[in-house]
Design a protein around this ligand. Sequence first.
Ligand code: BV8
Length: 269
Amino acid sequence: MISTSGIPQDLVERLGHASSIVVFTGAGVSAESGVPTFRGQDGLWQKYNAEDLATWQAFERDPRLVWSWYDYRRQIISGVDPNPGHAAIAKMAAVFDNVTVVTQNVDGLHDRAGSKNIVELHGNIWRARCTRELTVFDFRECPLSENPPLCKECGSMLRPDVVWYGEPLPMDAYERSHEVACTCDAMLVVGTSAQVRPAATLPLVAKHNGAFVVEINTHYTPISALIDTTLIGGAGEILPELLDLISACSDDSEDASGTAGGVKEHSGV
Ligand code: BV8
């Protein structure tokens, strides 16, 4: 049976039997909030060259330019809200026993939507790091009053607490994301072009370890042929309907067996 948006019932039932699920997200999950994606026709990178902005070398060469790009993005993000896709992901905690959100995004919208178990692979645009003391702290001044912003403790330049190209991912975040990719029953891959590594390897790690991997994207990507299935459409439309279908599927199986079936098994204690 196919739902109104074309979500196959067997996919719903397969997800409905998952106990632990990873939701792996990219910029596409925030697109319907009004945050520009990185690639694609109106992507951020279309106007700028990644190497000119999101690398340590670019920052050393021209910190004011790099900070003006982040200031521009912070002003966009400060004016938007989580969309129904973020909200549906947050509600999954009530449906599955274990939900981990592994995001490449730095916009903080999963946290604002109420998701709890979040792994930020590429940092967070609302934190800054002192380039001398390496201290990290919340930094929400928007727009910037000075460019580049300086550390109040030592006067050194601050940098955004994000992972630039050529920089390693935070070890704890990457190890945690790899661990849940290896052990989850299912992974939803939402709104990523699957081009940035090592993040883009996580869906293949999950698939290799036996997880049911479903991609949700407006377009096919380089991993579409390597995972179980791709639902083509907007995350803000597909995710709420998918969650409703899984919840209904779970209710039906409870009614049929008189016990908690499918997802969110309740311990007998
Ligand atoms: C590292 C933080 C090593 C900063 C970001 C050649 C081959 C392979 C790899 C490499 C290579 N050359 C270099 C590398 C490594 C490089 C890399 O992968 N480059 C790529 C571009 C080829 N990776 C790195 O440098 C990483 N570090 O490798 O370090 C190392 C190890 C030890 C010691 C020293 C060094 C670090 C990468 C992190 C870079 N930082 N962000 C900032 O944000 O300013 S990455 C940046 O891209 C964002 O985080 C973004 O999230 C991420 C990935 O992009 P997507 O999220 O996928 O976004 P994109 O726009 O591309 O796609 C959006 C998708 O959504 C599309 O598919 C679209 O169809 C879809 N969509 C749109 N609307 C919707 C939608 N889907 C659903 N609904 C919608 N409504």
